[in-house]
Design a protein around this ligand. Structure first.
Ligand SMILES: CC(C)(COP(=O)(O)OP(=O)(O)OC[C@H]1O[C@@H](n2cnc3c(N)ncnc32)[C@H](O)[C@@H]1OP(=O)(O)O)[C@@H](O)C(=O)NCCC(=O)NCCS
Length: 201
């Protein structure tokens, strides 16, 4: 499965992508707000890519590589915390430092939102941003996510506990957002474990 926009394609990662992920996420600025990283050995992105296969089969995590049509892999985005009953999931993303501010985040969010609403049948895509991650909060608000409040002591990174801002993008928010202007063409089929409502043929 892949979904293609004007400048980017979202596709599943393979072990051959490990060196690119290592290069991008061995930068502490990129992983500053994450429970993992920065990468210090190639085995870490390899283990991550290998874990994703089982997580996809079990419907736990649908991560895709963000691939720039000219520059190759530039980051990762993905959906987690699926609730089939409530037709929702959470999106998360990271980009290599040199791609911040390039517009890639907006297009990648547009493609993942299209996948979520049009092909998986979700009605809500949420997002978490550490309360200290001003850049991530501004990036979400810029593309139409609505800030809904703060979840206290929500994420644990080792022994440190973090409050996160909760954001949501509903199906109607997406239709009205700057993201809706980006076309996205799906090839192949989304992994069946994530399809909450089959789109009409
Ligand atoms: C989060 C991320 C994907 C956003 O992508 P991006 O390309 O940096 O986002 P954008 O540049 O489109 O938007 C960021 C906005 O925040 C603004 N900004 C930067 N630092 C800021 C700060 N400390 N506080 C508030 N706004 C800030 C930028 O000026 C920009 O707004 P503008 O386009 O109006 O100038 C990227 O920064 C990233 O990969 N960060 C590291 C991983 C991460 O934190 N992921 C999010 C986990 S919740």
């Amino acid at each position: 499965m892949e979904i293609t926009g004007p400048n980017l394609t979202l596709r599943l990662a393979t072990p051959a992508d490990a060196p690119a992920l290592f290069e991008l996420a061995s930068d502490p600025q990129v992983t500053r707000f994450f429970s993992w990283g920065p990468y210090t050995s190639i085995e870490q992105p390899l283990a991550y890519i290998e874990r994703l296969t089982g997580q996809r089969e079990r419907g736990e995590q649908l991560d895709v590589l963000i691939v720039d049509h000219e520059r190759g892999p530039i980051g990762v985005t993905g959906l987690v915390e699926f609730s089939h009953r409530d037709r929702r999931a959470i999106v998360g993303s990271w980009l290599g430092r040199s791609f911040w501010g390039s517009g890639a985040n907006t297009e990648a969010k547009a493609l993942v939102a299209r996948l979520a609403f049009e092909h998986l049948g979700l009605d809500r895509v949420g997002a978490y941003a550490d309360v200290e991650n001003g850049r991530s909060q501004a990036a979400l608000e810029k593309v139409g996510f609505v800030r809904e409040g703060v979840l206290r002591s929500w994420h644990r990174h080792g022994e440190s506990v973090h409050d996160v801002a909760m954001y949501g993008l509903l199906r109607d928010d997406f239709a009205r957002s700057p993201l809706a202007a980006y076309p996205g063409r799906l090839s192949g089929e989304p992994p069946p474990a994530f399809v909450v409502v089959q789109p009409p043929k």
